[in-house]
Design a protein around this ligand. Structure first.
Ligand code: SF4
Length: 151
């Protein structure tokens, strides 16, 4: 079991930069995985303790979380949102549908083979749905990636 001291020294060792320690997230959800993002942000998993905050305006966001199947019909809006985000910006595909198109096809509108067919993706989170722990893990990996850039 990891004690408080160990956690503090682990946090010191990670020594992330200011951006990595304060990630503002804009979340676009097309389906059920969105609930898991809500759970990760809620009091039980509480990703605010990692410096994450869900914001209402994508222009203020550092990270775009996309969950659910992405179809041709929403690609333009997603590109617009991505284009209006401030730099540096990062994208996370949440769950199988956003990462690969998933196992379902929507009525009359087939999902793309993955979010990266429309915008660049930094991190794919597997699972249908991914558990909130997976989202927390993804945030830690993203922080490491951004932290390395900031050094
Ligand atoms: S990956 Fe599974 S849980 Fe997530 S949106 Fe697709 S079907 Fe729903």
């Amino acid at each position: 079991m990891i004690g408080v001291e160990d956690r503090h020294s682990e946090a010191r060792e990670r020594r992330l930069g200011p951006l990595a320690e304060s990630l503002w997230i804009y979340h676009v959800s097309f389906s059920c995985c969105g609930l898991e993002v809500g759970a990760a942000a809620g009091p039980r998993f509480d990703w605010e303790r990692l410096g994450c905050k869900v914001v209402e305006d994508h222009r203020n966001a550092d990270v775009l979380f996309v969950s659910g199947p992405v179809t041709e019909g929403v690609v333009e809006q997603l590109r617009e949102i991505y284009g209006e985000m401030r730099e540096p910006r990062f994208v996370v595909a949440v769950g199988s549908c956003a990462s690969t198109g998933g196992m379902f096809s929507l009525e009359g509108e087939k999902p793309l083979k993955g979010l990266d067919a429309s915008i660049p993706v930094d991190l794919f989170i597997p699972g249908c749905p991914p558990r909130p722990e997976s989202l927390i893990h993804a945030v830690l990996r993203l922080q490491d990636k951004i932290g390395r850039r900031e050094k």
